[in-house]
Ligand binder design. Sequence first.
Ligand SMILES: *[C@@H]1O[C@H](CO)[C@@H](O)[C@H](O)[C@H]1NC(C)=O
Ligand SMILES: *[C@@H]1O[C@H](CO)[C@@H](O)[C@H](O)[C@H]1NC(C)=O
Length: 389
Amino acid sequence: MKTLSETSRSILGAPDIILNTREYENMATEDEIPKCFRLLHPIGFFAFIVFLNMPLFALFLVLLLLPRTFSDSNSMIVTYGKPINYTASFSHISTTWEECVGACYQSLSCVVAHTPESPINCKLFDVSKVFEVEKLESSSGLLVAFKAINSGNTCPIGDNPPTFGNSKNQGTASNQIANYTYDIDYSVGDTWQLSYTAIPVCPSGWTQFTRPSTNGCIQVIGGPDVTYTQSEALTNCENLGSTLTGLETIDERDFVANTGIALLGQDYPEYAGFWVSGTRKPECYTDGWEGYSYCTGTSLQQFDFTDGYLTNYAGFTWDWQQPDRNLNGPWANCIQIWIRNQAKFPQYYYTLFANGNADDAVCDVVDYQNYHLRGFACGKIPEVPMGAI
Ligand SMILES: *[C@@H]1O[C@H](CO)[C@@H](O)[C@H](O)[C@H]1NC(C)=O
Ligand SMILES: *[C@@H]1O[C@H](CO)[C@@H](O)[C@H](O)[C@H]1NC(C)=O
């Protein structure tokens, strides 16, 4: 293995390869003919190109190395072939194949570039618009380049680039509608198949949180002049295609509590309660409930949750001496969290009564002497954007 480092050089007699000020490492393993190059970018960027044992292809070893935000590990893999199933393509004015490949590389939405060797007629194919590319021999004179990820910093090997021995390659790309991952599969006939998966996102107005089983989206609703029972809160969430959210983490709790404070506004005088997911199980409030160990103490198992994606419940931090069940008379079978205006004043330290602490509350009562049920927090899982695939 040899390492080259220069601004511009010839390989095996081929015309100059312009690598600008980048270094690259020759990853050739078998003979003297390079097959693959890893370009070393100052910020960790790397890219591969496959040479198909053809020195002439050294000509195509040009990648334009711009800092990328969403596809740092993508590279362009060059071979022969032509797209045979696609719904759109567009022409790019390129005088050389390198420009054509570079244009695809730089475009966040492009996944395949294609042209005859001569004359150059560069066509770019966007994510979710091209599905199948026929593999051809060099005699076809038809060039194709795939944008793909090469995992693990290793040079691909095998003779079916970009899938290399019938395994899959992946890529990432994005258009106006969504971000996608895609697989490039070489298993049927002499073609590569591209299949796309749009990455689910939280719609606008929802904030994303990470959970062990999935990501979640939370939206907090409420205000200084409104009140909601728990069932009204639940209905409101359901109308938004969601349910009341549980509190998986302290992050989620703090988000709901701090958003609640913002919704109530600077002038809101005192406390408020905001509903979150959690309704006490029937056996935990009917006669004999003490006989079930999970109904006692602070166990969250005494509640059912409409939020079906809870794992750790760590955002439910009980207020002092809570939950207190029917201590004040009626059973308090739903869960609210406290929105405390004191949280606006960090100089005061409320250990026992932190903003966002949980309390069991009577499900259909909204007005108390000192506070009112002023809002709720909805949750749902991220969705594939409409029209993405
Ligand atoms: C083209 O690809 C799409 C998506 O995979 C597929 O549904 C369609 O049947 C393909 N068309 C042809 C003619 O193979
Ligand atoms: C794609 O992902 C980027 C980075 O996470 C994000 O900023 C952008 O909004 C996403 N695009 C779409 C259309 O979802």
